[in-house]
Design a protein around this ligand. Sequence first.
Ligand code: PEP
Ligand code: MN
Length: 296
Amino acid sequence: MRPTSPAADASIPARVLRSARPSGTRVAVGPVEIGGSAFVVAAGPCAVESAAQTEEVAEAVAAAGAHLLRGGVFKPRTSPYAFQGLGEPGLSILGRSGGRHGLPVVAEVLETSQLASMIDHVDVLQVGARNMQNFALLRALGKVRRPVLLKRGFAATVEEWLLAAEYLLDGGNTQVILCERGIRTFETATRNTLDLASVALVKQRSHLPVLVDPSHATGLRELVIPMALASAAAGADGLLVEVHAKPEEALCDGRQALTPELFAELMQRLPAVLQSVGRSLHPPASSAPAVRAISP
Ligand code: PEP
Ligand code: MN
């Protein structure tokens, strides 16, 4: 694909552009529809640390009305000495907790070799910011019949982000969800800078659903609810939020994790904001039957 400027939409032979599907893409994840008029919330720990920790969070977020359970099993950590995730054993922990509470699960895939084991346990495959331009991984995920959540790279332009999504669509996977998670700027007071303008822009330029991750975008628990509400007002299709029952004991990203109480507060405050922009909260996933039979 030849390089183009963001304004030159017409010259990009792109499946990702709204003109390719003006009515918008809706991604079905079991009973949950992402990209429709209803707003969807994926919540859970940064990392699956143990069965008990995952279950405690899953129970809390399901009770508060979350639609999907997130949890990292293979963790991309800046330091090689930091907790790298439980690996494969974490997949069944996550899958079982999701199944128990009727929540489809989201987990990050770091490399192609992990796909075979993930496909049995994971409903949405997340591509993290660090891997947004891992073209071998994108090509492999283009061949998979499973929704992919594509996070924006922290130094990626909107055009690069959309072209990364284009790899998935070009490979034949139409079930793509974008996720803005903050970009790196000169600002150091927050972990990243939440680029909400990109959310409104991408909603106009592309037919794909867009989630916002206010946890990685800010790095600070006290900013997560305000930015989550702002995301809803800006036209996002949903959120990806980190929640931990004991954030001070979290093995990863505790400083940005909401407690179950704060998560419940967020879920209670979202409907008023959504109503002001003509949307509503998706009905709880747990009110519907479990998505896939996940073996006990
Ligand atoms: C995550 O969601 O846990 C994660 C690692 O996010 P990002 O790739 O956006 O840093
Ligand atoms: Mn995290």
